[in-house]
Design a protein around this ligand. Sequence first.
Ligand SMILES: NC(=O)C1=CN([C@@H]2O[C@H](COP(=O)(O)OP(=O)(O)OC[C@H]3O[C@@H](n4cnc5c(N)ncnc54)[C@H](OP(=O)(O)O)[C@@H]3O)[C@@H](O)[C@H]2O)[C@@H](O)CC1
Ligand SMILES: [K+]
Length: 498
Amino acid sequence: MLRITPDHPHPLFDIAATRRLEQAATAALPPHTLMQRAGLATARLALALAPHARTVWIACGPGNNGGDGLEAAAHLQRWGKQPVVTWLGDEAKAPADSLAALARARQAGVVLAAAPPTALTRQDLCIDALLGIGSARAPEGRMAEWIARFSRGVAPVLAVDLPSGMNADTGTFATNPIAESAISIRAAGGFHAQYTLSLLTLKPGLFTAHGRDAAGQVWFHDLGVDSAAQTPAAILQGPPLDGPRAHATHKGSYGDVAVIGGAPGMAGAALLAACAALHGGAGRVFVALLDPQAMPVDTSQPELMLRCASSLDLAPMTAVCGCGGGDAVRHLLPKVFSTAAHAVIDADALNSIATDTQLQTLLRARTGRDGSARATVLTPHPLEAARLLGASAVQIQADRLGAAQQLVERFGCVVVLKGSGTVIAAPGQVAAINPTGNARLATAGTGDVLAGMIGARLAAGRPAFQAACEAVYQHGLAADRWPEDRALTAGELAAANR
Ligand SMILES: NC(=O)C1=CN([C@@H]2O[C@H](COP(=O)(O)OP(=O)(O)OC[C@H]3O[C@@H](n4cnc5c(N)ncnc54)[C@H](OP(=O)(O)O)[C@@H]3O)[C@@H](O)[C@H]2O)[C@@H](O)CC1
Ligand SMILES: [K+]
């Protein structure tokens, strides 16, 4: 059993691949083995998380997720914990594995309770074994009531395989009230500790959209099954493998970044991206502000070279384009797309592309046959992604991996779909989901900082997908390590990155 942290990459498997693995393993093992392993792992983790629990409530659903809960109940009963077990199943309809688990629980001395326990404390534990990967619709009735009880209560909750009701592929809920109630309770500072033990495979939904809030601390048990035969739907990103810089290098070794943006009233966005590129290690950073009244030098950052956009030779450069660009950036995009060696396209540049088919054609033309000729990274947040795909932000959020992949197919670029569990997708690559970052990044300018960080890595010669993955990881990590007692501002974040 493994606690999942951002320190290592992990393959993530969707429901279809998980079902294939489950089928193959079930056929190769004695009956009920997988569920017995799942139940034992759940019981062990429960005991480790709540060693002093006076009451353990195991809420079991009608399918095999409930069977895992019943198996866990048998172990906890034998270990003297006397769990309160409520089951929503029907013996006439329950799957064979679950029925066997029910029999084993009864054998161990478990008596099914008619109702959940009341007055659980922070020392106690709820085990959520209502729904796993078979979650098919919005929970109703007693199931919905029990899920609401978990989220409103103070007792820690251990979700078996998934937080019940969550779609394992997307991290969304059939109705959002569960996720929204979890988020609003957490925002109010009164949230119980939440854990999830993912079984057989780690699923993408645990790490993106509402998944991160709903799943809490994620643990994993592979049930002794090797997943190598299946292709992952995504990779949970690990840390960059950064080595020290070689001694015999100079500023030319780390490339030039040209930040193009900062229309009237929005110079700050471009300067933040430039600051981030500088601190991210770019050899030289040029800034072309789109405000004719803009200052000729930034005295607080004299390293930045402020130039007129028309005077920049972008052919050897990495253009970071769009931060605070307003509508003024639109007429510069043809030059950027046709000449810049590498490009990061952000914010207003993305909005310009969304409404201009000629720009879309030029953007697609940047991609060589090998997909890497003139590396281009698009960095939309969900609303920008929605504009690019002619969809709504809700539709984008309903399937973040799918939306990122659609953008890749449409534009042939690397795509960074920002948000909780940022998705990085690229032609011919298994997508990555970033495990770092938190809601402290929800403040103006942090997206500009990310664009500058990606630009610095592209300028240093990193392949585009790697540059994007590494920058997103480091950007989030800086937020995760931010001192509790200090406000996170984009300016400080830009200067803190590396
Ligand atoms: N088999 C094995 O070897 C292993 C399985 N494992 C475990 O099994 C889990 C998958 O089990 P599963 O396929 O039975 O699906 P599960 O998540 O229990 O849900 C299906 C049931 O719930 C019902 N239902 C659905 N939505 C509902 C709703 N909203 N409200 C109410 N009911 C709803 C649905 O009813 P129906 O739609 O048929 O009416 C059906 O009865 C997996 O996540 C893992 O925990 C592991 O132990 C590894 C070994
Ligand atoms: K569950």
